[in-house]
Structures are given as structure tokens and as C-alpha cells.
Design a protein. Structure first.
Length: 494
């Protein structure tokens, strides 16, 4: 795949409402983070479009879709997955163009997981079972109690730019599987793959109004109007903690169901007894995958003192071997920031770290290419040491290719330092002592802990964070619980 693959992508991205594509008078530019060129013009939803999308979803949910059996809904989700598979290369091109991530990652992670999300939730809803209890009372009466799941209604989906199709489908798939209809707004930074998904929905003949897509921005725009709409029954959001707080305030009066996966300032802990090479590779991956633009990336690294200097030297060598550049160049491992604005934010932290007293082990600047990539949003993968735990660069989420490495001396000390954070999304622990690994994992205050691994998941397990990293869990039956209304039916039998 090369830059010419962009040519096949649509140059005008429109909304998808009630089974048809719809345009808007106002548009905004979708800009390449690789070279600053305009990829497409994107329709900007106004209140009328948002209202039309919600009303279409409400009609569809009250119609046949809301009455379909779980088996029938599962069949539709498999058709969606098959439709993505047929256009696999188009979706890869869309992800690479919008985000600048390497082609290999878009192929092996983003699009593959998008397909897996639809297939996984199709199979889960097809094989799901309910709770059932036999109850006897003290006066001899007998009852059975069973639990049913009913759709919530219309679900508003707001997804982020860092893993566009993966996180978009992670929410759309279970919402549809449980019989809801959806109005979805992808990030304005990465609108293309969501538009391709709408084309798939149209082409497979998904009933009108079941899936609706609106494009636009957040505050005082499509995102806010969607969350405030009276006919939205639930909101699921992945993004910044500040935006999550604003959404909570917006939906409070309507007491809507919400699920938030927010920011993280995740830690990696490396004990001296860890497999050294495995730990170095693991931290390299957890710090710099997708140029650090993954909510699960490790920005804080704690290394037991006996191996600290050796570890920093090895991580430095591996980091400097990363190939930063265009995703269309063979060998590229690290792409750009999502936008110039986000690059400026990351660069401001590079400057702040030095002001706070950091030692810059490697990176800390902007790479020079001598070609069109100099117009892109690239920064150098960066390692710091020497900052105190209360430094802003150690406590605030940066969301770029950066980590701070600090030594520790004792297990209880490092657990305390890991937990001393406003965030609680994820952590990774590297040790050959599995007793210690299990013990530490239970003490760490995050929604997920990896032992001698990172970014591996079974889609049936719960995913989510604590503290400023959000609340609620999605994945497996946890998604089924969120996207449905549980009703207990109690029947007297004797």
C-alpha cells in the first residue's frame, strides 16, 4: 500500500441517516497528519441532522428491529463483519490516511479487531443465557425467577480518534447485538472508516434507522447536541476525562445510562527478576505503540534499582532504532501525532519536562525529513529520567510517544507510587515471580493489569477504568449488561 491508496477513499464524507446518506451546507477539512494535505471535506451536522438521526433510530427501534430475535440480530452482525472483510483494504487505507499509523498495524490490529468486534458480540448474544432461580418461602409457596434483557432504546456513541474503527465498532457492535439502534459520532479527526462502515450497512441492507452516522465536533456542536437530545436513552463515550465530565453534566437531568472509558497515566513496573529482554521489548511496545496515542500506553515506568541503569540504556537503544516517518514508507514503525494541534500539546510537555528538571535520555524534539513529511505532525519518541513523582509530566496524561523511567527499591513502595495517580486505567507488571505478580496485581488500583504482557485481551473480559479513567465496564456480558435493560420476572408456581 502507498499514498495512492488514498485515491480510492471518498473525498466528501456525509452523514448516514435513516438508511440514506445526507449532506450539510457546512463542512470542515479532514487533514492528513502525515503531510498536512486535505484528505476530504466532511459534512458538519447541525441540530436538524442530529434530530433527524435520533428520530430515525427511535422509529427503527420501536419497529421490527426492536422485536428481532437474538439469532436474527447475530446474523446481521455477521453480515456487517463480512462486509468489512470484503472491503478490508479500503478500511486499512482509511485508517492509515486519517491517523498516519503504519500499514502493518492497521491491517493486524485496527481492521482485524473491527471485524472481530462484530463477530464476537454476534456469537455472544447468540449463545447468551439468563439467570434462573427457584425460590421457596417460609409459608410453603414456590416461585421461579428469571431475568430478561430488553433493549435500552437509542444509544448515542461518541468514539475517539486514536483507534478509530476498533473503538467505534467496540461500541456499535454490542449496542446493535442487544437490540438497540444507534446514532454514532466518530471523532472529527478520523471520520473516514466510520463512513465506510455506513456504506457497508447500506450495502448489506440493514434496516433504515438502525445505524445512523453524524459528523461534527463536540462542544456546542454535534457531540453536545447528541448527548442532550431527549430521545437518547444511553451514551457511551471514549475520550478525554474532561469531555467525559462535560457529558456527565449534560445527561444528568435525563438520568441517562452512561459508560465512560477516559484517560490514563498508566504505569509499567519492572522487577529485577523479570526476563530482561522481554521486559524491555514490552515497555518499548507499551510506551510507543501508535506513537503513544493509545489510552493504555505506559507513560510511567518504574524499574527496580539493581537493573535501572542497564534497563534505561537498553530501552534507549531500542527507542532510537524506531523508524519515525510516513506510513507509506517500508520499515516505518512510528507515525505522526493525530494533528498539528496535538503535536503542539506534546511538544509543550517536552519543554515542560526540561523545565521541571528531567534528563532527556533520547528524543525530545521534532524529526526532520527534508520532504513533505516536514509538514506533518511528527515528534521524536522520548525517554525521560530524573523527575519527582509529583512533576506535571509524571502526573498528567500526555498521549504521545514518551515515558519517564524511575527507580524503586521495594514492592510496597512501587505499589504506592503506581496508585498515587488521579487515573486508574491500566498497568503492566514484569516479573518471573508469579506469586509476586498476582499479589501486586491485586493491589494496583486499575481496571486491567497485565503480567509479563501488554495490550492482549480476551474480548469476553471486562474493560474499563477507575478514578478519572472512567466507570462502567464493557466486554463480554458486561457490554450486554450495559446495552440492555434487565428485568426480573417472578412467577408463582405453587
Amino acid at each position: 500500500m502507498n499514498a495512492s491508496s488514498q485515491a480510492a477513499l471518498p473525498k466528501r464524507l456525509r452523514h448516514f441517516v435513516d438508511g440514506d446518506f445526507a449532506d450539510s451546507d457546512q463542512t470542515f477539512a479532514n487533514i492528513s497528519p502525515v503531510d498536512g494535505s486535505e484528505l476530504s471535506r466532511v459534512a458538519e451536522a447541525d441540530m436538524r441532522i442530529v434530530d433527524a438521526a435520533v428520530r430515525a433510530a427511535k422509529r427503527a427501534q420501536r419497529g421490527p428491529w426492536g422485536q428481532l430475535s437474538a439469532q436474527a440480530r447475530a446474523d446481521w452482525l455477521h453480515k456487517i463483519a463480512d462486509g468489512i472483510q470484503v472491503r478490508f483494504d479500503d478500511f486499512v487505507a482509511a485508517e492509515v490516511a486519517d491517523t498516519g499509523r503504519p500499514v502493518s498495524q492497521a491491517r493486524s490490529l485496527d481492521v482485524a479487531r473491527g471485524i472481530a468486534n462484530f463477530r464476537t458480540f454476534a456469537d455472544l448474544v447468540r449463545t447468551s443465557h439468563s439467570e434462573f432461580f427457584e425460590t421457596s418461602t417460609s409459608d410453603g409457596r414456590e416461585f421461579i425467577n428469571y431475568v430478561t434483557r430488553k433493549p435500552l432504546g437509542v444509544v448515542g456513541v461518541i468514539s475517539p480518534w486514536n483507534l478509530p474503527l476498533l473503538l467505534f465498532s467496540w461500541k456499535v457492535a454490542p449496542a446493535l447485538a442487544m437490540g438497540n439502534c444507534v446514532v454514532a459520532k466518530p471523532s472529527e479527526e478520523t471520520p473516514t472508516s466510520a463512513t465506510l462502515l455506513a456504506e457497508v450497512m447500506r450495502d448489506i441492507g440493514l434496516p433504515a434507522g438502525v445505524f445512523n452516522l453524524i459528523h461534527g465536533h463536540g462542544a456546542n456542536a454535534a457531540g453536545e447536541w447528541l448527548t442532550r437530545h431527549a430521545d437518547i436513552d444511553a451514551i457511551t463515550f471514549t475520550g478525554e476525562s474532561k469531555t467525559g465530565s462535560a457529558i456527565m453534566k449534560a445527561v444528568a437531568d435525563g438520568v441517562k445510562n452512561v459508560s465512560f472509558e477516559l484517560g490514563g497515566k498508566n504505569a509499567a513496573v519492572v522487577f529485577a527478576d523479570a526476563d530482561f529482554d522481554q521486559a524491555v521489548e514490552g515497555v518499548l511496545r507499551s510506551s510507543f505503540t501508535n506513537a503513544g496515542q493509545v489510552c493504555l500506553c505506559s507513560e510511567r515506568v518504574y524499574v527496580e534499582r539493581p537493573i535501572f541503569e542497564r534497563f534505561v540504556a537498553a530501552l534507549k537503544e531500542k527507542t532510537e532504532a524506531l523508524e519515525v516517518g510516513s506510513p507509506y514508507e517500508p520499515g516505518t514503525t512510528t507515525g505522526p501525532m493525530i494533528s498539528q494541534q496535538h503535536r503542539d500539546k506534546v511538544l509543550s510537555y517536552f519543554k515542560l519536562a526540561v523545565a521541571e528538571g528531567a534528563t532527556v535520555v533520547t528524543g525530545g524534539g521534532v524529526p526532520a525529513f527534508g520532504d513533505a513529511n516536514d509538514n506533518g505532525a511528527f515528534v521524536e519518541p522520548t525517554i525521560w529520567t530524573g523527575l519527582p513523582d509529583d512533576a506535571r509530566c509524571v502526573t498528567e496524561e500526555i498521549f504521545g510517544p514518551v515515558c519517564h523511567v524511575a527507580p524503586f527499591d521495594a514492592e510496597d513502595e512501587v505499589v504506592r507510587r503506581v496508585n498515587d495517580s488521579a487515573y486508574g486505567l491500566a498497568a503492566s507488571v514484569w516479573t518471573s515471580n508469579l506469586q509476586r505478580g498476582h499479589r501486586v496485581a491485586r493491589q494496583i488500583e486499575t481496571g486491567i493489569v497485565w503480567l509479563n504482557a501488554w495490550f492482549e485481551r480476551d474480548l469476553r473480559t471486562p474493560f474499563g477504568g477507575t478514578k478519572l479513567s472512567g466507570f462502567g465496564r464493557e466486554g463480554g456480558r458486561h457490554s450486554m449488561d450495559f446495552y440492555s435493560e434487565l428485568t426480573n420476572v417472578c412467577v408463582r408456581i405453587a
